[in-house]
Design a binder for this molecule. Sequence first.
Ligand code: SAH
Length: 355
Amino acid sequence: MTLTGLLLERIAQQGPISLADYMAECLLHPEYGYYTTRDPLGAAGDFTTAPEISQMFGELIGLALAQAWIDQGRPAPFTLAELGPGRGTLMSDALRATRAVPGLHAAARLWLVEASPVLRATQTQTLAGYAPQWCDTVGALPAQPLFLIANEFFDALPVRQFLRAGGGWRERLVGAREGVLHWGLGAEAPQPALAHRLEDTREGDLVELCPAAAPIITELASRIAAHGGGALIVDYGDWRSLGDTVQALRGHASADPLADPGQADLTAHVDFEQLAVAARAAGCAHSRLTAQGVFLERLGIAQRAQALARTADETMLNQLVAAHRRLTHPEEMGNLFKVLGLYPADATPPPGLES
Ligand code: SAH
């Protein structure tokens, strides 16, 4: 059996499925899922991420979380957590950079929220020596101060898509035609979760909804509100997303999302407003949405690059210049990627962010 076969069977039995159901099967099916069966990162994989581009990214994130921990009176013990840690590179750079922060490592309990057994195995190696613990969901994190990073995690969560039709919406569905997966449209219906989008959309506009995101934010924001801490959420997207942002990536090139399910990475742009609203409802404050380039410059990426350049040979120097540019330049990752910080209502925002 293939995943296409399983999906066609399911569609034959129950009719067309939502895009979110389709994405969930493609990404996390226990046997055929994209993340469950491989390490997708790096040159040999399908995409690369900021921590894989340069150590500076994880170092600065680590120091920002450390400063937030100091600003809140160095609570101990506390949970240091990452959602979707990939190869563990970001966390490993963050931990190395914070070695000299007095008391931080002694107080930190490292938790990794990771769905992929393949990536858990890689993380075991990268983070050996830091005694990480793993869980499947944010709900399993201990009830104590929580300092958390999520880089390119929320874009991997399944989304539903809706086309504006009159005062309601028609959902985009995945069905089948002559044994091949095919796009379809559901009947017109109201969508209470999209009430706020009736203001800024017109007939035929497409909007996305990520049903899995709000419950995750609610869990982590209520921990931060109750026990202290903070979260840095870094991803591509904007305050409100408009239009079809779902993309399939295979071998660093874009692919048809319905071709070869389970073989390509499927992502959507993050609608940060949905995250911010859920955080506020759980009693957390959130920062202004900030471009990644601005955030990293405020944290001192240029100074860090200069410090690394002092001992670099020419090849390394060129790599440093290229990495700095790639992470911060508005035409590269600097503007497409955004940072949202969550923090207790009576605390200051994490470094690099404004209320
Ligand atoms: N943060 C890493 C990896 C990003 S890729 C980096 O920046 O390099 C997305 C990560 O999220 C992978 O580790 C993937 O296995 C994990 N992931 C995706 N969906 C998940 C889910 N629903 N629950 C837990 N982890 C998930």
